[in-house]
Ligand binder design. Sequence first.
Ligand code: AMP
Ligand code: ZN
Length: 437
Amino acid sequence: MDFQYWQPEIEKMPRAQLEALQLQKLKEEIGFALRTSFYKERLSKAGINSADDIKTLDDLKRISFTAKNDLRDGFPYGFLSIPKEEVIRLHSSSGTTGIPTTIYFTKDDIKRWSNYMARCIYGTGCTKSDVFQNMITYGLFTGGLGFHQGGEEVGMLVIPAGPGNTTRQFKMMQDYGTTVLHATPSFLLHLETKMKEAGVKRESLSLKRAFAGAEPYSEDTRRRIEALLKVDVYNSYGLSEMNGPGVAFECQCKEGLHIWEDGYITEIINPDTLEPVKEGETGELVLTILCREATPLFRYRTRDLTSFYTEPCKCGRTHRRLHRITGRSDDMLIINGVNVFPSQIEEVIMSMKEVGNNYLIVVEKDGALDRLTVKTEVSAGIFMDDTRPLNALKEKIKETLQASISISPKVELHESGSLPVTEGKAVRVKDTRPKDV
Ligand code: AMP
Ligand code: ZN
């Protein structure tokens, strides 16, 4: 196979040199972090008052883990390391409650992020001759703009299509000769179903590759998409706290995702004991960013479960590979690529006095896509045969939830005391989607 590298000197850098580069960048990040109110305090508690207090990569372990809740507590500017006028963009993602986790970028931060994305895209064999239809959400979600910038950096023709409207997507693919797609794996499968329904012939399209990420999927799902759409599918992993996509990506070998270690220091821990797992064992991924000035983050608990490959990759890159993510160590749900915490739903429905005490969140497959149903009891004084106020309440719950979690759920109302009650710990979430990872 002919491999191509965006930055061969970094992608194939010998490990010792790579670690020296990590140490140098870690020291820089410490310098940035000492300018944030959150880390100034935390680092000084760990006896770190200047970048020179970091002598080896192991010194990172003196800093305690950073969790999503810390970002919430530091909201909105507790993690910002520079004056606000130097910030050119923010992105945010769901928090466990209504407060989002927000990340800020300088102009150089965006340039560095684009470069990592270009590295990922180019490493799959794409070139400036490709036409790239980016079918993922633009906006606060990092997937849209992250891939967009990376595609432009490579020099591809980027179509900022966004998700939805499959008829329009097919039309664009035909009109512009799209060769590369980016979407969630479930949207790619949905696309194939719609393609058949719309009578679009695969031969009328020029597709070669697809990037799929933002939600977990199995090797079987990858093969299915590859067989149905006749494209090479590459797994893309990232999270908004670490910029977004561009953290880890598959190369042409399609065997694990190279994590860019000049941009991220990676640990894998046992989520219960918080101790490192043995080489090759599965645990929670913990990341320290080395490529962002405006919002430094050390030892961030991603909650994503994975493990390292122990062998080097055939492509010659020295950056280690992660196995595809198999799940999470918290209760976050990913519904059609959108992150939702059950606590966000609870917060919305329990604030309404018409809603009773019991509720159930159901997530299931509806064709290739996910469907969310929220079942709630109504308060004791509300009668189920009076449909007008019930329909109004349903609409109110639906709209408020949509505003809070960016997903429009199906809402079902049930009589007070009629939803099943479990003995012991309440079961609030029923996720019947196949777990085939
Ligand atoms: P966000 O911060 O909104 O971009 O969401 C990031 C989360 O999406 C990650 O922490 C993972 O749980 C999930 N995610 C992103 N990419 C993948 C992927 N390729 N496989 C599995 N989960 C993913
Ligand atoms: Zn490789």
